[in-house]
Ligand binder design. Structure first.
Ligand SMILES: *Cc1c(COP(=O)(O)O)cnc(C)c1O
Ligand SMILES: [Zn+2]
Length: 507
């Protein structure tokens, strides 16, 4: 839709202008730093940072109702920079001009309602929001669109040049970082560090295909993270892990989209997502808080963070009901099918503690919860979801298993409607499905397949056939006729098909 076709009172708002005054703020000592430089931790005390807009209050001068109209109308524009996460420009990165925005098709991922069967099984109405339908097939693209748009902005302003973007990854961060960095080549190059054999083949293929320098390191993600931190302290590199607060801003778009898709009605809504490094739950809380403060939504949804028994430091922290006695202890992770969340010492833990407090107090009651599920439940629920029309990854299975656990514990009420995050595409983690179907999980996963959800291909090769077709060697005449006849017979027998001449009538 063209600008002149919008209602008059919307026109001057529909295309956002570069505005605001953003700063990094340390979560521990409260010191603030300008954004002209790339900064990841507080130079004074070493704590993680969050970005905030000093002039945020200007956004409150526009009514919630007006904001809702602005976003809904803005969706009808065809400007690429506003087609993704920057639809919510004023709330994500108001200082970034639209000319700096990198848009590769991220955001606005589908929200798909579970069918009656699955809702019955899970015990509540729910939707998957499929973040696997982002360009690199995980939610990480939201954060990278933000981080790389900001880097692009700094390059255009002449503040930095020849950037080497670097990250540690459980697979998806590196896929997204390499993809977004490659769009800015030759000004930005990327290098990624992966734990050797702890990412899937599909995930490994992604940064390789995007032309990144890929390093595999012995150990687990937490070890890679330490190496990357050491590199970013000593050398001039741009860190793209979620320690980078720009990542958090971009991932807030997940919350904004949910608000918009449900017509800004957040009463009785529950958002469920897996926790690894805890960047995403930080962003989801922060996003809803900002929309709430600006009056765009008038209640805060419940948020439930899910962890596997095999990587559960956040869950353990909140097990202690007495706030004074809570103490964060990193855990040693064990193999998990929710492999992208297999993190024992989440970088964003201080942000989670900080925002969970604010969220609960703004909501006026406990609204952030943490649940734990076992590996068996993650696989069973993932596969069951996908037998009912979904494309959930193992982490989507973790979210669904978390929904079921939360329903049992009474965290979710009968009238609640859940929106659950399938953080990546099923295909990235198809190796785990294969292990399940072949019953070949190593013992430490503690997963035994349920026969009714196992599946495997059947090779149809009738023994009495001498000749079968092969590439470049088609069958002819009677051989071919017999081949078709015998193979169809075997399939019909296997499927227990009844005879009829329907197919001929249909022709
Ligand atoms: C990164 C990732 C997670 C964990 O998200 P955090 O922000 O690290 O908590 C979960 N699922 C998938 C598919 C991921 O790639
Ligand atoms: Zn500090």
């Amino acid at each position: 839709m063209k600008l002149e076709d919008f209602p008059k009172e919307i026109r001057s708002f529909v295309i956002p202008k570069q505005k605001g005054n953003m700063l990094y703020r340390c979560l521990d000592c409260g010191r603030e730093y300008g954004i002209e430089k790339l900064l990841y931790t507080c130079p004074k005390c070493g704590q993680v940072l969050l970005l905030y807009d000093v002039d945020f209050d200007r956004l409150k001068k526009i009514s919630g109702k007006m904001w809702r109209r602005i976003f809904d109308y803005r969706k009808m524009l065809t400007i690429p920079a506003l087609k993704g996460i920057y639809l919510y420009h004023e709330f994500i990165g108001p200082v970034i001009p639209l000319e700096s925005v990198i848009y590769l098709g991220e955001g606005h991922t589908p929200v798909v309602k579970a069918n009656a069967f699955l809702q019955e099984k899970a015990g509540t109405e729910f939707y998957f929001k499929n973040d696997g339908q982002n360009p690199s097939a995980s939610f990480k693209d939201r954060g990278m669109a933000s981080a790389l748009s900001y880097i692009h902005f700094l390059i255009q302003k002449g503040h930095i040049s020849d950037v080497l973007a670097i990250c540690a990854s459980t697979g998806d961060t590196s896929a997204a970082a390499a993809l977004y960095a490659s769009y800015l080549q030759p000004h930005v190059k990327s290098a990624v560090l992966l734990p050797h054999k702890k990412v899937t083949h599909q995930q490994l293929s992604q940064p390789l295909g995007s032309g990144a320098d890929v390093f595999e390191i012995p150990g687990v993600f937490d070890d890679c993270m330490k190496v990357v931190e050491a590199l970013s302290e000593k050398y001039n590199v741009a860190l793209l892990n979620s320690k980078n607060a720009w990542r958090i801003l971009g991932q807030e778009s997940y919350s904004y989209e949910i608000a918009q898709v449900f017509e800004y009605e957040m009463k009785n809504k529950v958002i469920i997502l897996p926790i690894g490094n805890a960047g995403n739950i930080t962003a989801v809380m922060s996003g809803f808080l900002k929309f709430f403060e600006a009056g765009i939504i008038d209640s805060l949804p419940k948020i439930i963070g899910v962890q596997s028994e095999h990587a559960d430091p956040v869950y353990r922290y909140y097990l202690e009901p007495d706030v004074e006695k809570r103490k964060f202890v990193p855990v040693t992770v064990r193999p998990s099918v929710a492999q992208a969340a297999m993190i024992g010492n989440p970088v964003s833990m201080p942000r989670v503690i900080y925002l969970t407090d604010i969220y609960n107090s703004m909501a006026g009651k406990q609204s952030v919860f943490f649940v734990e599920v076992d590996e068996q439940a993650i696989m069973d629920w993932q596969l069951l979801a996908n037998r009912n029309g979904h494309i959930a990854c193992t982490h989507g299975g973790e979210s669904l298993a978390g929904l079921v656990a939360a329903r049992h514990q009474g965290i979710i009420d009968e009238n609640d409607i859940a929106i659950i995050d399938s953080t990546a595409h099923a295909l990235k983690f198809s190796g785990f499905q294969e292990m399940y179907f072949k019953n070949s999980f190593p013992a430490e996963f503690e997963i035994s397949p349920k026969p009714d959800i196992m599946n495997s291909p059947v090779l149809v090769h009738p023994k009495d056939l001498e000749n079968v077709p092969a590439p470049g060697k088609p069958l002819k005449g009677n051989d071919f006729k017999r081949f078709i006849e015998r193979v169809s017979e075997e399939i019909a027998t296997a499927l227990d098909l009844k005879k009829g001449n329907r197919s001929r009538k249909n022709q």
